[in-house]
Design a protein around this ligand. Structure first.
Ligand SMILES: Cc1cc2nc3c(=O)[nH]c(=O)nc-3n(C[C@H](O)[C@H](O)[C@H](O)COP(=O)(O)OP(=O)(O)OC[C@H]3O[C@@H](n4cnc5c(N)ncnc54)[C@H](O)[C@@H]3O)c2cc1C
Length: 382
């Protein structure tokens, strides 16, 4: 059965060490200047100014061709920058979606004009994208979306409601999945991806406040919004195939197991050099799991570098990674209940923050049940 998975070991090339040192130096200077407080959850920690500083260093769009503002570096170099930023808890959220998903989508399916119009600004940390896929009655069953793109002269008129749209209120554009064809028996047919300018008339963006009291995602109501024909991504009716072809980028990165890394750091700090057996056991288990997940995730970066599409392996990393990152606050909470001495205020603060964000980690980007279904299908079990 396990023959269906491939996680070949990847050794980072020497140039990655120099790059890692450069990123650490950059982060140390940012922290010394008091520019942000560490929080490793990419979904709830962002700063547009930080994204611009990162863009100026060449750490957005790292793997893209230079003619689109990219830096022609490898997926492994990108991996090193990403893991360092997340481990440090840097505020990466503003450019995250555009760098990880929207730009790779445009590189693969977009027109030359679209690439030239959007990619340089994304790489500079000036243009932010969000993703309008989920709807009030369509989440896991995404192909059942009802937002309609009706053909009109020169483009489409889009009407419907998107929900849970992360950072729509701070983004410039949304890659939006709409039904441009008739609702046929095969729900996967007739879907298209459109680049929506979020300043267009007819768009209302309403906040949805999460359980931590923060404004990260939104409801986006589209009322006869005109989208010009040149904002179609790829081919009309091919939206489903395009969306599902990019899942390895979305599901395999270190953001799928590092969301609670600041809390793990706090547990290690609390444990100190000579920990009680209970704490030593917890730290040992968490570190071993983290290291294994990191090797698996790095292996996928190697496959992406080689031009492969490891969607099945990516689903495994996301499923195991999310379970791991959710287990850390639970372990920390139990440790704190039995052994409070020495934990400190920062520990309590990070624990509170992590407990409130953790429930969302298994939902965003695909739930465990959906991922396990994909894995089972990949293994030939369904
Ligand atoms: C923090 C956060 C950020 C998000 N950001 C975005 C965003 O930017 N853009 C966007 O489009 N969406 C976003 N989402 C939405 C996210 O993609 C959906 O929440 C997710 O796909 C699940 O859909 P749902 O919430 O409708 O739940 P449902 O699909 O209704 O699922 C409810 C439960 O039923 C289970 N279930 C559903 N179908 C099956 C099945 N066939 N077999 C077994 N079990 C099943 C699920 O696993 C889950 O436990 C975000 C969500 C979160 C939490």
């Amino acid at each position: 059965m396990s023959a269906a998975f491939r996680f070949d070991p990847v050794e980072l090339p020497p140039e990655c060490s120099a790059l890692r040192a450069e990123v650490r130096e950059f982060i140390a200077a940012e922290l010394a200047a008091g520019l942000w407080v560490p929080n490793s959850d990419f979904g709830s920690h962002r700063s547009a100014a930080f994204s611009r500083r990162l863009g100026a260093r060449g750490w957005i769009g790292m793997t893209w061709p230079r003619r689109y503002g990219g830096h022609e570096r490898s997926m492994l170099e990108r991996y090193v920058v990403t893991e360092e930023l997340l481990a440090a808890g840097a505020p990466v959220g503003s450019h995250w979606i555009a760098d990880r998903q929207s730009a790779p989508l445009l590189l693969r399916y977009g027109t030359e004009d679209q690439r030239l119009a959007f990619l340089p600004g994304i790489a500079e940390g000036e243009i932010f994208f969000c993703i309008g896929m989920s709807e009030p009655n369509s989440g896991s069953d995404l192909a059942s979306i009802r937002t309609r793109g009706a053909p009109v002269a020169g483009g489409w008129e889009v009407t419907g409601t998107k929900v849970w749209t992360s950072y729509a209120h701070e983004s410039h554009f949304a890659i939006t999945l709409v039904r441009t064809g008739p609702a046929e028996a095969d729900h996967h047919a007739g879907l298209s991806q459109l680049i929506l300018d979020l300043k267009s008339p007819g768009i209302t963006i309403r906040p949805i406040i999460n359980i931590a009291g923060e404004h990260d995602f939104n409801e986006v109501v589209l009322d006869h919004v005109f989208v010009p024909a040149d904002r179609l991504v790829g081919r009309e009716g091919e939206g489903w195939r395009q969306v599902t072809s990019e899942l390895a980028f979305e599901r395999s990165g270190p953001e799928r197991f590092l969301s609670s890394f600041q809390l793990l750091r706090e547990v290690v700090r609390w444990a100190g050099p000579d920990p009680e057996p209970q704490l030593a056991d917890a730290v040992g288990r968490m570190t071993a799991q983290l290291w294994t997940l990191r090797r698996m995730s790095l292996s996928i970066a190697g496959m992406l570098q080689a031009g492969q599409t490891p969607n099945l392996e990516a689903a495994v990393v996301k499923n195991l990674g999310n379970a791991f990152e959710r287990s850390i606050p639970e372990t920390a909470r139990l440790l704190m209940a039995t052994e409070r001495a020495g934990a400190g205020d920062r520990f309590a603060e990070v624990l509170d923050q992590t407990l409130l964000h953790a429930p969302s980690w298994t939902l965003r980007g695909g739930t465990p049940e959906i991922l396990r279904g994909i894995i089972a299908r990949g293994l030939g079990l369904r």
